[in-house]
Ligand binder design. Structure first.
Ligand SMILES: O=P(O)(O)OC[C@@H](O)[C@@H](O)c1c[nH]c2ccccc12
Length: 267
């Protein structure tokens, strides 16, 4: 069994418990009372390479990465550094995150917030929206074609913008066929957990024009942002380097500055 299947098994167990505690109907009522979701498209399509900064305490490959006592403070620093959006890992077992982290981040910033998790049912979309998320991650490798199509549709119908994650050229066509307007290329193989730095450059050319291209994972600093921008990245999504770095606000600002270089013309 690969790492992804392991993670998904745990996610399904935790999900079953939450579904017993909080009926879908109650979540739907909560969704009625949250502020409308923000549209992330303008900030992700803006000039330069947009930076999505991630609140990430731990990962299955590295274990604990950082003590994040106050995710709201961290998100505020990211936003002050110029982050276009904040990603919050809400998976508990492997990433030590929670939906409560997302609620706290949502209250602290005015930029769009992404629920980063392993979404397999519509229930999790309602959880995300009830917690105030604007975007949700949908991982092609974790879903059948039918599931992906339904989840994209359902997400959009409740105001969420899906970020559809792929790992290979073959997965790009599945994402496009499902109606994705934002595609993330994850350089980390979810079976082996290894990062392959060539993944984005190999995969991005297959993403049709007009779809926002996000480079995910393994971005260490400004140099990587420049490389990825040359390969067509509109957005970079960065976790580990920012949570383990010296100062999150400057960390983001340095990435934003690298991606704003006039020599890097976005298509
Ligand atoms: O910490 P990194 O290498 O900067 O990566 C961030 C992000 O890409 C990574 O957390 C991620 C990408 N896709 C995911 C899916 C699930 C959980 C986590 C992820």
């Amino acid at each position: 069994m690969g790492a992804l299947d392991d993670i998904l098994a745990g996610v399904r167990e935790d999900l079953a418990l939450r579904q017993e505690q909080v009926p879908l109907q109650l979540l739907k009522e909560r969704v009625q009372h949250v502020d409308d979701a923000l549209d992330p498209m303008p900030v992700l399509r803006g000039p330069g390479v947009a930076v999505i900064a991630e609140v990430k305490r731990a990962s299955p490959s590295k274990g604990a990465l950082a003590e994040i006592g106050d995710p709201a403070w961290l998100a505020g620093e990211y936003a002050a550094g110029g982050a276009a959006a904040i990603s919050v890992l809400t998976e508990g077992r492997r990433f030590s995150g929670s939906l409560d982290d997302l609620v706290r981040v949502r209250r602290a910033v005015e930029v769009p917030v992404l629920r980063k998790d392993f979404i397999v049912t519509a229930y999790q979309l309602f959880e995300a929206r009830a917690a105030g998320a604007d975007l949700v991650l949908l991982i092609v490798a974790a879903l059948t074609d039918d599931e992906l199509i339904c989840l994209v549709e359902r997400a959009v119908s409740i105001g969420l913008t899906p970020l559809v994650e792929v790992h290979s050229p073959e997965e790009v066509s599945r994402a496009v066929d499902a109606g994705a307007r934002i595609i993330g290329v994850n350089a980390r193989n979810l079976q082996t957990l290894e990062v392959d730095p060539t993944t984005f450059a190999r995969t991005a050319p297959l993403i049709p024009d007009g779809i926002v291209r996000v480079a995910e994972s393994g971005v260490r600093g400004p140099h990587d942002v420049i490389e990825l921008a040359r390969s067509g990245a509109d957005v970079v999504l960065v976790g580990e380097a920012l949570v383990t770095g010296r100062d999150p606000r400057t960390g983001v600002a340095d990435l934003v500055a690298a991606g704003a270089h006039p020599a890097l013309h976005k298509s």
